[in-house]
Design a protein. Structure first.
Length: 318
């Protein structure tokens, strides 16, 4: 089972034995065994007894809280985590060493190679944009070759940003024009593609935060992303090579018509600018998205976990 998504307003959650039991208006709606769970994602407004959180913590089940409408991250709860203080001490030492440059170059190299791979795949799938996509591939390849020669973190960051601009200009071509995906827009997402990208990046980010915290690393101390108050910089580091995988996942959702324009709604309106305040999945469509996300994530979680384990070994033993 692994993951449980709970997205139903006013649901009441209780513990009975080794199961979570769900009630709505006093009527039992169903149950789920706790033993196979690794994570519970709770969305929106519902009610639960503290005994539910106690039971989940005792069973090392992570609880992730998302807001109801915009699916914004609100917090995460774990049980007992680690006792490996030495690993964190080594991480802090490495964050002030040449290891930052070595790892950063590796992360950016992996990300750019994945961008090239995705654009090459799309070039065959959308031959009407072969010329534009081919040019973008060449540009990113040239940036990659330069990244491999650099010995400055700031220079690597600058080139990675240039590659991202080139990459997203190409990516906008392959989505249906009706979706109005013209550029990468984060907060708030202005169209269905940006909405799916933001949500999927957020979920991936906290998948990696979970693995980082469980193994005993400090998620706020990164190597490529510098320390910034309130930011899980190490998770941001580890997400980078997987971003093109998210982009491919989102493209397939749209290309295979698993999600359509009708699955989204525009929220609010800024009367001064006449612009909507965000584009988000409709409640009835979230179930479809989470089912597909879980299928995709289930295949990739062993890879994400392995990357965190490899980094931990490098920090501790390198």
């Amino acid at each position: 089972m692994g993951s449980l998504y709970i997205d139903r307003k006013d649901l009441e959650i209780k513990v009975e034995g080794n199961s979570l039991v769900f009630y709505l208006n006093g009527k039992r709606e169903g149950s789920a065994p706790i033993q196979p769970l690794e994570r519970v994602i709770i969305i929106g407004n519902l009610y639960l007894e503290t005994s539910v959180l106690h039971k989940l913590c005792l069973n090392n089940v992570s609880v992730i809280f998302l807001s109801g409408r915009r699916l914004a991250f609100r917090g995460m709860l774990h049980g007992r985590l680690h006792r490996n203080g030495l690993l964190r001490l080594k991480q802090y030492e490495k964050s002030l060493s040449p290891f930052c440059l070595i790892l950063s170059r590796e992360l950016v190299e992996a990300k750019l190679r994945q961008q090239i791979a995705l654009l090459s795949y799309l070039k065959d799938l959308r031959p009407e944009f072969k010329y534009e996509l081919s040019n973008s591939v060449k540009s990113i390849q040239a940036i990659l070759e330069e990244v491999l020669r650099l010995d400055s973190l700031d220079s690597i960051r600058g080139l990675e940003g240039s590659a991202a601009n080139c990459y997203f200009r190409a990516l906008t071509l392959v989505f249906p024009p009706s979706l109005n995906f013209k550029s990468r827009v984060r907060r708030p997402p202005t169209d269905p593609v940006n909405s799916l990208l933001s949500l999927s990046y957020t979920l991936l980010h906290f998948e990696l935060v979970r693995e980082i915290e469980i193994i005993g690393l400090d998620p706020t101390i990164g190597f490529y992303h510098s320390f910034d108050y309130g930011r899980e910089s190490l998770a941001c580091d580890l997400v980078e090579p997987f971003r093109p995988d998210v982009d491919r996942f989102v493209f397939n959702l749209i290309y295979k018509k698993l999600l359509r324009e009708s699955d989204f709604t525009q929220i609010g309106n800024n009367n001064q600018s006449g612009c909507y305040l965000g584009c988000y999945l409709k409640k009835k469509s979230r179930k479809k998205y989470f089912e597909k996300y879980e299928e995709w994530a289930r295949e990739n979680r062993p890879i994400w976990k392995e990357r965190v384990q490899i980094l931990s070994r490098r920090i501790l033993n390198g």
